[in-house]
Design a binder for this molecule. Structure first.
Ligand SMILES: Nc1nc2c(ncn2[C@@H]2O[C@H](COP(=O)(O)OP(=O)(O)OP(=O)(O)O)[C@@H](O)[C@H]2O)c(=O)[nH]1
Length: 396
């Protein structure tokens, strides 16, 4: 069972979730406001905590079980929260009730205008902000998922991206929540490109959280590791000439990776999540999130096991040059002794007979054509191609 409880038992937290070392996670206790079941009447509650904020929830009509779940989830997630050090506040987008036609159908609508000033989580003096807009319950091929929309700006609102939090179950106020922070990959997720493993990783994570709630995927519009889609296409063009994924960026004068994760921090804080088990193979991502003050209590490998002729070199480059932990048995980022390695999500799913849509190869030592790439490092440093060549020569 790939549950947070099971996983947490095998992982050492780098910091205690109850200690201040973990940074400013929010205390969700007592701050959530739940919409009572079978709520028929307009219900409005104001809640103030620590001089923080006001939450208003309105339910216009009796919900169906699904709607009720969504409303309850939305209401539960509307936590008035407070950081240990300064005011990090999530307020609900205030909802107004508009009438439809003869006024018999009351339809709750999101008041975007008030959302511009409410629902803002700030991380600094004001230039970085993440604003919660709305939540819905989305039926998907993975199951029903809560989808929360945000607007995130790092320049005081001049420009913004739209992160989403895709949630299975109730994550509010919890510790050790399995979370995947996933960056957009138009080429694989929309066009079905075989050049990378991004879409497969997304599907794995969504299957994992729906099969083992609670859990969440935070989806960020940071295409091409932050360089943008057109630049990524330019990088692909250079890769056709023989450059690898890192050198192609450099040849364009672009950074290897310029993703920023302040929205992740804000979203997690807003939900009162105290610590996360990060679903990733990327040590840099873990370090970046830790440096934002988040408590990463463990790592869940996300190995799609879909090596093919088009992505083999790409995966090798990710492992050798960006230190991704892609070896099946190199499962845990944290250096705690004596822990048994956790198999990848795909393999665990296979063992449990859960469908993932991902073909899982036989990784037993007996299997001669295992596509798993041997692990050869993991210190977080990116290697240059010169370093790689030197290493290869030394091996020879
Ligand atoms: N610049 C560039 N970006 C790529 C390339 N292939 C995929 N991407 C982008 O890489 C991002 C995903 O980053 P990865 O480094 O593959 O993986 P990660 O998310 O850092 O690590 P995991 O959490 O383990 O998946 C997505 O935004 C993709 O659009 C490429 O060849 N060049």
């Amino acid at each position: 069972m790939l549950s947070a409880e099971r996983l947490s038992s095998g992982m050492n937290c780098s910091c205690s979730s109850s200690s201040s070392q973990c940074g400013p996670h929010l205390c969700g206790s007592g701050s959530s406001i739940g919409c009572s079941s079978r709520c028929r009447l307009t219900h409005r509650r104001a809640h103030s905590r620590g001089g923080a904020s006001i939450v208003m929830v309105q339910c216009a009509r009796a919900p169906s079980p699904d709607q009720e779940g969504a409303a309850a989830a939305a209401a539960a997630s509307i936590a008035v929260s407070q950081s240990h050090s300064k005011s990090l506040v999530q307020t609900l987008v205030s909802q107004s009730v508009s009438t439809n036609g003869a006024g018999t159908n009351k339809v709750p609508t999101v008041d975007i205008a008030s959302a511009a000033t409410a629902g803002v989580l700030e991380t600094d003096g004001g230039s970085t902000r993440t604003q919660f807009v709305a939540e819905t319950l989305l039926p998907t091929r993975h199951g029903k998922l809560r989808l929360r929309g945000y607007k995130h700006s790092v320049d005081g609102g001049l420009t913004y991206t739209e992160p989403t939090a895709i949630i299975a179950g109730n994550v509010e106020g919890r510790e050790d929540v399995p979370v995947r922070v996933h960056d957009a990959c138009y080429t694989s997720e929309v066009l079905g490109s075989l050049k990378c493993d991004c879409a497969d990783q997304l599907n794995l994570a969504l299957d994992m959280i729906t099969d083992n709630p609670p859990g969440m995927v935070i989806y960020l519009q940071q295409e091409g590791r932050g360089i943008g889609l057109a630049n990524k296409i330019a990088a692909y063009a250079l890769q056709e000439e023989g450059l690898d994924t890192v050198d192609a960026n450099r040849a364009l004068g672009l950074p290897d990776d310029c993703r920023e994760y302040t929205s992740v921090r804000n979203i997690l804080l807003g939900l009162g999540i105290k610590s996360v088990q990060l679903i990733t193979n990327n040590p840099r991502k873990i370090n970046e999130l830790k440096s934002l003050g988040l408590c990463i209590s463990g790592r869940i490998p996300c190995i799609a096991d879909t090596c093919n002729e088009h992505n083999e070199e790409y995966l090798q480059a990710k492992q050798a040059r960006m230190n991704h932990l892609l070896e099946e048995r190199q499962s845990c980022f944290w250096n705690h002794e004596g822990e048994p390695a956790l198999p990848s999500i795909a393999t665990q799913a296979k063992q449990k007979g859960i469908r993932t849509g991902i073909q899982v190869p036989d990784l037993s030592p007996a299997a001669s054509n295992s596509p798993t790439i041997p692990f050869n490092g993991g210190n977080g440093a990116v290697q240059s191609s010169q370093q790689q060549q030197q290493q290869q020569k030394q091996k020879q």
